[in-house]
Design a binder for this molecule. Structure first.
Ligand code: APR
Length: 310
């Protein structure tokens, strides 16, 4: 009996997309298809990546293409197509351009892979999830956005630098929209189970949270010609792996809410269980009055963008 391999398609073969495709191959999550509108780029990067597989000792196929045929029956599709942020640009400046790109890409993806689970990376993230959901007509559990895993990874990295411990030893959650309106939850931040406040004063913690909020801009200001891609790609691939391997990982994910946390019909970053069905459950944790207020600000910001898009 032929064994069907998993298939992961990555749309957008730029910095985030190519890095994500490479990580999927290195982790042997399945065959990888890299799609981009730019002629030659996905073909060249895909072939180059495939040529690394004998050295990496992984057995996966990698296809680079400008058409969607090869994406047929993908299990997971990571959408990174769009234009990245330049210095001085907010994520929201990207809104209209990327909405058009994400809409057309999502329609193609749905046509060839009607059962796929979509992980959106293109910014502004929360709004792009709305675009992808309406363009595909997929159920809410199969369209999600990558933001919280990245934002939390940045926060965990900065905490590890401060404490002098392994980043992996830090468990943390951040809610809300991607970027400036994210909601830090110090009460849910622990270092191997020890409350973070044992190591760091409240004032210093606030500074670290602030650095995490502006983590994307910090990288943009260094790179000048584009935005971050190693950590964003790693975050998207962690989500893809949780889905492909049905790991039931609890992660902050941009998910469609239907009453959870008091919000209806909106994408917001919340803790979820990620497994083979996609977003299998939204976990409604208790929030303080201040955290609720911050989440509401986040909600208003996302709602504003969605309204602009109509
Ligand atoms: N179809 C397919 N690919 C497209 C399309 C389209 N309609 N439009 C643009 N692209 C491709 C570009 O050709 C480019 O190769 O998307 C790729 C984007 O790559 P980069 O410019 O390197 O951007 P990147 O840093 O990867 O960021 C992509 O992720 O983190 C977010 O804010 C970021 O929205 C941006 C996205």
């Amino acid at each position: 009996m032929a064994i069907r391999k998993n298939k992961i398609s990555v749309i957008g073969a730029g910095n985030v997309g190519a890095t994500a495709a490479h990580l999927c191959a290195l982790k042997e999550l399945g065959d990888v298809v890299l799609v981009d509108i730019a002629e030659g780029i996905p073909q060249g990067k895909g072939l180059d990546m495939y040529e690394s597989t004998p050295i990496e000792r992984v057995s996966v196929n990698i296809t680079g293409t400008n058409s969607y045929d090869a994406t047929k029956d993908s299990d997971v599709v990571i959408i990174t197509a769009g234009i990245p942020r330049k210095p001085g640009m907010s994520r929201d400046d990207l809104l209209k351009t990327n909405a058009g790109i994400v809409k057309s890409v999502s329609e193609q993806v749905a046509k060839f892979s009607p059962h796929a689970i979509l992980i959106i990376v293109s910014n502004p993230l929360d709004a792009m999830c709305h675009v992808a959901k309406s363009a595909t007509g997929f159920p809410k559990e199969r369209v999600m956005g990558m933001a919280g895993v990245l934002d939390t990874a940045r926060y965990r990295s900065f905490l590890a630098m401060e404490i002098g411990c392994a980043p992996d030893d830090i468990q943390a959650l951040l809610l809300g929209g991607h970027g400036d309106t994210m909601v830090p939850l110090p009460s849910y931040t622990t270092v191997q189970g020890i409350p973070v406040t044992h190591f760091i004063s409240t004032d210093r913690l606030a500074q670290i949270v602030d650095r995490a909020k502006n983590g994307g801009i910090e990288i943009v200001n260094f790179l000048k010609t584009g935005s971050a891609y190693y950590a964003p790609a790693a975050a998207a691939v962690e989500m893809a792996e949780a889905i492909i391997k049905d790991q039931k990982k609890i992660r902050p994910v941009c998910a469609f809410l239907e009453g959870e946390f008091g919000y209806k019909g909106i994408y917001l970053g919340v803790p979820v269980i990620l497994g083979a069905k996609g977003v299998e459950k939204v976990i409604e944790i208790d929030l303080s009055a201040q955290e609720k207020e911050l989440l509401n600000k986040s909600y208003q910001a996302v709602k504003g963008l969605v309204e602009v898009l109509g």
